[in-house]
Design a protein around this ligand. Structure first.
Ligand SMILES: [Zn+2]
Length: 598
């Protein structure tokens, strides 16, 4: 129902005054149909103030009740709407009903509404009323033509309406209802999920950043094959999942969640399988020192940062492997059996338990390195006994297993350093194996001070030159048989040359080590040459490693036909005898040390 403000025209006022004769009447200009006006407008007839007046501007007949001193008087008058004067006419027109109410945007607990501006110039404000389904209206007042209703309940259908209110308080009816349901903004599905790196029990994942400004966080879900999903929440766009099971295929997905709790769908699955990093195979395993029941070994440090330890495995010949674990790169194996050849190998193990392969085998034999002299037993035999060649053979037996080494001097009677050194070596004590010393192989030549005694052939051309050939002389036969009888492993025949091998003006082989190439002979021969050259400053006096002792020589025959690791050692006869003898003994010492016999 429309409310109308009206006023009495001066003519109507005259009528009223006529009814209420005797009273001074003043009608104030405004009152409203259907309202009870308690104080204003007021009709005053003398005193006191009068009761309210009712008037219906739409009626053609008006009943006006005026109380005077509490007594109601009713006056009927006729007002023609077609002839406004002296009819009532509106003093204040109610504003028009606002048009165009609409919901501009729907948000998270929010509705943004707007409507068209009213044209009235005396508009005070608008009243926007809203209520959720099943709830009650609330109102807000605004002078503008739009409003953001916030704090609404997502998912509830709201009814909205607006009316206009003039400065005089006259208000329009509400406009037609408009409906809208606020809802949270659903973030978009995160894009670009990928596995950045695969690690040991770990997957590092990342995805693109969402563009929404009201994003709370992401939910990254993951599960192993055959398992259930677990989730982590993160505000960032990457995550390192750890503690995963290596070798299991994981399914990964991510979604975005807004501040309101609205969540996107999960993105497409991504798959990855964490795996342990296998350490590289340790390098450089070597035996640093050999002791009494002990082997000290070392190897190079691995570069992996997640290495847990190394596994050093060792076994004696004919035995089984045992292992020790160490975080270091060296280890002293103790309690080993002296004389037993041990096989050693090492591998690396990561924190996750991933293991490298074992490195190549290394072999070593622990020995008692400080034997008591009484343990070595020296036996002096005679080769070619009862002949003019008869010569002593010293058999120095350590009493412990080990290599059989034969040192020979005096094959040539004019090569004094060789047999002088060999004589000294007959006094050696050894810690393992057997040392045979034949210091003066050719007694006749030594007595003559010549390469060969007059009328005799060169002993070093008297040994077999084919596998079926027999030694040529009784002496070479006796020496050859001794090598066979004692199962000699290593032979070093001490000689001298008249010049340095490095002096190309002569063909002498002074300062050389000439080996027969078989098995690992070269390695040991090279070690002897290197050891000697460390102490020699003049380059053309340095020792040279050569191979293939001359055919018919003791070293050649022993190496080629008896499987002996054989070599000829030659000093140059130019330096003082003591110097040459030192070279000779140093060469033999190096050989014995290499074989762990001293
Ligand atoms: Zn010689």
């Amino acid at each position: 129902m429309q409310k109308v403000r009206a006023t009495f025209s001066s003519c109507l006022a005259v009528l009223i005054i006529g009814v209420l004769a005797g009273y001074a009447v003043m009608l104030l200009p405004q009152y409203a149909e259907g309202e009870t006006i308690s104080s204003s407008p007021t009709i005053t007839i003398g005193s006191p103030a009068q009761q309210p007046v009712r008037i219906d501007a739409n009626s053609s007949s008006e009943a006006i009740t005026i109380r005077v001193n509490g007594v109601p008087y009713t006056y009927y008058t006729t007002v023609s709407k077609s002839t406004p004067s002296p009819a009532l006419k509106p003093l204040v027109t109610a504003p028009k009903v606002p048009t165009g109410l609409r919901v501009v945007s729907i948000g998270d607990g929010q509705l943004d509404v707007a409507w068209n501006k009213n044209s009235e110039s005396d508009l005070k404000h608008y009243r926007l009323a809203y209520k959720p389904a099943g709830g009650s209206y609330k109102s807000v007042f605004t002078t503008g033509t739009s409003y953001s209703l916030t704090g609404l309940e997502n998912g509830k259908k709201y009814t909205l309406k607006v009316k206009a209110i003039s400065n005089s308080g006259a208000d329009s009816s509400y406009c037609s209802f408009v409906y809208a349901t606020p809802k949270a903004t659903v973030p978009s599905v995160p894009k670009g999920l990928k596995v950045v790196s695969v690690g040991d029990g770990q997957l590092d994942v990342a995805w693109n950043k969402n563009s929404e400004s009201d994003l709370k966080h992401y939910r990254l879900a993951y599960k192993p094959a055959g398992g259930s999903y677990k989730s982590v929440f993160t505000t960032g766009t990457s995550y390192s999942l750890t503690g995963l099971e290596n070798g299991k295929k994981y399914t990964l997905k991510v979604k975005a969640i807004s501040n309101s709790g609205a969540d996107s769908s999960y993105c497409s699955f991504v798959y990855a399988t964490p795996k342990a990093t296998v350490p590289s195979v340790p390098k450089g395993l070597k035996v640093v020192s050999v002791g009494d029941g002990q082997l000290d070994v070392a190897w190079n440090k691995n570069s992996e940062s997640d290495l847990k330890h190394y596994r050093l495995a060792y076994k004696p010949a004919g035995g089984s492997y045992k292992s020790v674990f160490t975080t270091g790169t060296s280890y002293s194996l103790t309690g080993l059996e002296n004389g037993k050849k041990y096989t050693l190998k090492v591998k690396a193990i990561s924190n996750s338990g991933a293991e490298s392969s074992y490195c190549s085998f290394v072999y070593a034999t622990p020995v008692n390195s400080s034997p008591s002299p009484s343990e070595s037993k020296v036996e002096v035999k005679t080769l070619a006994p009862g002949t003019k060649y008869a010569t002593p053979l010293y058999v120095i037996n350590s009493g412990k297993p080990g290599p059989v080494v034969m040192v020979v001097g005096g094959v040539h009677g004019n090569e004094k350093a060789g047999y002088t050194a060999a004589r000294k070596i007959t006094e050696y004590q050894i810690s393992r194996g057997t040392l045979l010393v034949l210091p003066e192989a050719n007694q006749l030549a030594i007595k003559a001070g010549r390469r060969a005694a007059s009328g005799y052939s060169d002993l070093n051309r008297s040994f077999p030159q084919t596998s079926s050939q027999a030694p040529k002389t009784a002496l070479s036969r006796a020496i050859f048989n001794a090598i066979k009888e004692h199962k000699v492993d290593w032979l070093i025949d001490l000689h001298e040359g008249y010049d340095y091998y490095k002096n190309s003006n002569t063909s002498s082989v002074g300062q050389t080590l000439i080996y027969y190439p078989a098995n690992s002979t070269r390695t040991t021969a090279q070690a002897i040459v290197n050891d000697l050259n460390k102490g020699i400053k003049t380059s053309n006096q340095k020792f040279t490693l050569l191979r293939y002792p001359v055919k018919g020589s003791l070293a050649r025959a022993a190496g080629e036909y008896l499987g002996v690791r054989a070599m000829i050692f030659e000093t140059c006869s130019k330096p003082a005898l003591s110097t040459r003898v030192n070279y000779q003994t140093q060469a033999v010492n190096k050989l014995l040390n290499t074989l762990n016999m001293r």
